[in-house]
Every structure is written in C-alpha cells, then in structure tokens.
Design a protein around this ligand. Structure first.
Ligand code: PMP
Length: 457
C-alpha cells in the first residue's frame, strides 16, 4: 500500500466486518466444530488451517472434481484445490479406483516392499521431467530434505542457496531471506531453527544473476534449490535469460541445481522444466502427482545417481538420514500411477491452461476497469494477482506488496458467495474439471467485490 494506496481503508474495514458477520451467520455448524476442537493444538488438525479470512475454517463435508461442500451445506467452486495437492481435482475416478483396489482387493497400505506401480511412476516422471533416476517420499518437504542431504554428501560442500522469499516446505536451510542491508537473515517467524540459518545457507534474489554469481563464488554451495518461477510469494516469473544464466553459473561453480516443481508443475505435463526446456540435475516434486494421496519424489541425473550409489561410506539403506518407513508405499504408488497415466495427462493440461488463460484475462479486465495498480501472473494452470504493477521481479519486491487486510476482504467476500481461493495467496488453480462457467462465476463475484470497494475507475 503506502503512498500509492487507492483503497479507502475505512471502507475496507467496514466491508470486511460485514463479510465476517455474514460468514458467522452462514456457518454455525463449522463454528460448532471449531468450538469442540479444544484438544487440537490451535483447534485445527494442523496449525496452518487457522489461515482463514473470516475467523475460523469451513469444515469439509464432500469434495469432487472442482467442487467442495461444507458441513453447513454450502457448495464452493474450489480454486484452492488443496493448495495444489488436488490439482487433479478432488477424488478423480481413476485414482479412487486404483487406491480402492490397492487398499481393498489387493490389500497392503504399508509393507516396506516394492510394487510394480513404482517403476511405472518412475518411468513416467522421467519422460516428463527429463531426469532419469527417481525415489519417493511422502511430502515435497522430505523430497527436498533428502535431495539436499545427497548433494551435500556428493559435493562435500556445506551450504544450500535459495531465493529470497522462496518456499520449499519446512526445510531448515530454506528459511532465509536477503535483508534490506544486503545481509542474509533468518526468515521472520522461523520456528526453532536448529542453528543460525546463515551458517547453512546462502540467498539470492530471484531474477538477479549478479547476486547469484557473488554468492556462488564462495565455492561452498552444494546446491541451488529453486522454483523456476516463485509461486509462494505471488507468482514471480523468470525474466528472459535468467534461468539459462542460473544453469550456466551453477555449472561454472560446480554447484548442483534442484528444480522444485511442486507448484510449477502447473506449467505443463513436465512442469516448467519441460515447458521451458530446462536441464536441472535434480527435480523435486510432491502434492499433485498423488492425486490427493500423500507423496513426494525426487529425480536425479544418471551421473549423480551413479556417484551416490558408488559411495560405500554413505548409508542409503538404513540409518543414513535419507528415506522413511512409509515412503514409496503401495497406495501412494497406485495413486501416482493413476494420476499421471489417466488424470493429469497432456490433454488435461491443455484444457486446464485454456481455462486458466480465461481466468487471467477476465481478472485483468476487471482490475483494469477499476483502474487498480495491480498485476496478474499466470503459470500454466495457475493464476495469481498481486497488489503491484508492474508485477514484482523478486521475492522481496513481492513480499513488500502483501496486503493482508485487502486479501481477507476478498477471500471472505468470495467465500460467502461460493468461491474458494487459496488462503495463503490470491491464487487460483484449475483442475481438469474446472469449467469456463466456474471462471465466469468467479469473475462476477470478484467484480462485485471491487465494485463495493468503490475504487475510482
Ligand atoms: N515446495 C514447494 C515449491 C511448495 O510450494 C511446497 C508447499 N507449499 C513444498 C515444497 C512443501 O510441500 P509439503 O508441504 O507437501 O511438504
């Protein structure tokens, strides 16, 4: 906000209060469930579920495709899609069939034995993302953690470099930002850091090759862990030449490059890696590839895999710190195979991207009609608007334009009219079931929300 603030803050506050009152009236059953949950830390199964615009979360009743219903009987068009975990849509039929068969007919949710599905998933991920040697986790966080451990081991270097205001899960090394004075510091709110993050990590701004070169020149960075576009501080797209520059610099400094495709998978069937012809050493991913069932995965180049498997001093079989009891379980593998082979197909992505393009175009028109200095960014099937124009070029620039009060109003307004956005962003994701009618309904409500704010056109 600041000097160029076009929002009447008193009006915004009054409208938000009104929307919260409407929410409370509409959602008594969710309120009762929340009140009953005194034995949950933060009253929710996981503390993040308190990130909501209206005071308490809506409690889920049913979910199918791009639709949710809550316990008060309201239906929502779901553009949140589990913050990407449900990009395949909720409970897609092929995943339900594969998981039901695995759990019921065949049996065996956790066995520590491989199933044939795993090799098929590895082959499909290789075809899509280009890196040929895959291993599994249950979350993208763990995929990143294990990839980092492997790259520290193989390089003998201590540090990991990330972009300022990145998000890669609860990975200790990634909770670093570039301070205003250029000095790196722990990210605000970092919970119980095991040690000062500036000892384990280096940080550069996204789209800043000079800064990256300066940091890599220390010669102590095992790996750059990055999203090809930032997606967790708004969408920050790479400028022309930036990603090629990152690859050239990492190669020149003997630093491995990890593309975290957990969110950028929205760019296409092989994520940004395939869409933009990138050549990372490692790809990490999670969420969507399981069709809603927990999974994480990392893929390594052949050389890297061979170097690691050739190291007799690394315990990859037991207590070495890479792997987990439930990772690669038969249910995750069945779900991922069905998701990749039958749901998030090339054809499905073409539709999702077409619908997302309509979403972005419509939002842009509405914003322009109100003369708002905001920008809209799209990454394949994913769209986000940011309260800044032109669109921010770095995570730090984007973080500076966060506006929690405005976000809460828009989210609550949409929620009260049957539209769910991702609570952490102004992000809308399309699944194969999202229709142009769903997009039109969003636009109708979004335009009404801005109309009530009465910003001058
Ligand atoms: N990487 C990226 C890019 C993410 O956006 C996230 C989650 N938002 C993660 C990793 C971590 O995923 P999870 O919470 O499933 O561990």
């Amino acid at each position: 906000s600041g000097a160029d603030d076009v929002i009447d803050r008193d009006r915004l506050r009054a409208l938000t209060d009104r929307e919260r009152a409407t929410f409370a009236e509409r959602n008594p059953r969710s309120a009762a469930e929340y009140a009953r949950a005194g034995n949950l830390f933060g009253r929710t199964p996981m503390t993040w579920m308190n990130k909501n615009a209206a005071g308490y979360p809506v409690y889920l009743d049913t979910a199918r495709g791009a639709r949710l219903t809550d316990v008060d009987g309201h239906e929502y068009i779901d553009f949140c899609l589990g913050d990407t975990a449900a990009m395949a849509g909720h409970s897609p039929a092929p995943v339900v069939a594969a998981v039901t068969r695995r759990l019921g007919e065949l049996g065996g949710a956790s066995t520590m034995l491989p199933t044939a599905d795993a090799a098929a998933v590895g082959a499909e991920l290789s075809r899509r993302f280009g890196v040929p040697q895959w291993s599994f986790a249950l979350t993208a966080t763990d995929a990143n953690r294990w990839a980092i451990r492997l790259l520290r081991a193989v390089t003998g270097r201590p540090r990991i470099l990330v972009n300022s205001y990145c998000y890669h899960g609860s990975v200790d090394e990634s909770l670093i930002v570039a301070g205003a004075d250029g000095h790196p510091r722990s990210r605000e709110g970092n919970v119980g850091a095991p040690c000062d993050v500036t000892l384990t990590s280096r940080v550069a701004e996204f789209n800043d090759l000079e800064g990256l070169a300066r940091e890599l020149a220390h010669g102590d960075v095992a790996a750059v862990l990055m999203e090809p576009a930032l997606t967790n501080i708004g969408i920050v797209l790479p400028e022309p030449g930036y990603l090629a520059g990152v690859r050239a610099l990492t190669l020149a400094h003997g630093t491995y490059l990890i593309n975290d495709e957990t969110h950028t998978f929205s760019a296409g069937p092989g994520g940004a890696t395939a869409a933009w012809d990138l050549a990372p050493d490692v790809v990490t991913i999670g969420k969507a590839i399981g069709g809603g069932i927990p999974i994480g995965a990392y893929g390594l180049s052949d050389d890297l895999a061979a170097a690691l498997l050739g190291r007799a001093d690394l315990d990859l079989i037991d207590m070495g710190g890479v792997g987990g009891t439930l990772a690669g379980n038969p249910v995750s593998m069945a779900a991922a195979r069905a998701t990749l082979e039958e749901v998030l197909t090339d054809a499905a992505f073409a539709t999702m991207i077409e619908v997302a393009t309509a979403f972005a175009d419509g939002v842009r028109k509405i914003i322009d009609a109100h003369g708002l200095p905001w920008s809209v960014s799209r990454l394949g099937a994913r769209v986000e608007y940011r309260f800044a124009s032109p669109a921010p070029r770095t995570g730090t620039e984007s973080a500076a334009r966060a506006d929690a009060a405005l976000e809460d109003f828009l989210h609550a307004y949409l929620l009260n009219r049957g539209v769910l956005l991702t609570p952490f962003h102004n992000m809308a994701l399309m699944c194969p079931d999202t229709t142009l009618d769903d997009v039109a309904r969003h636009h109708e409500v979004f335009a009404a929300a801005l109309g009530e704010l009465r910003v001058a056109a």
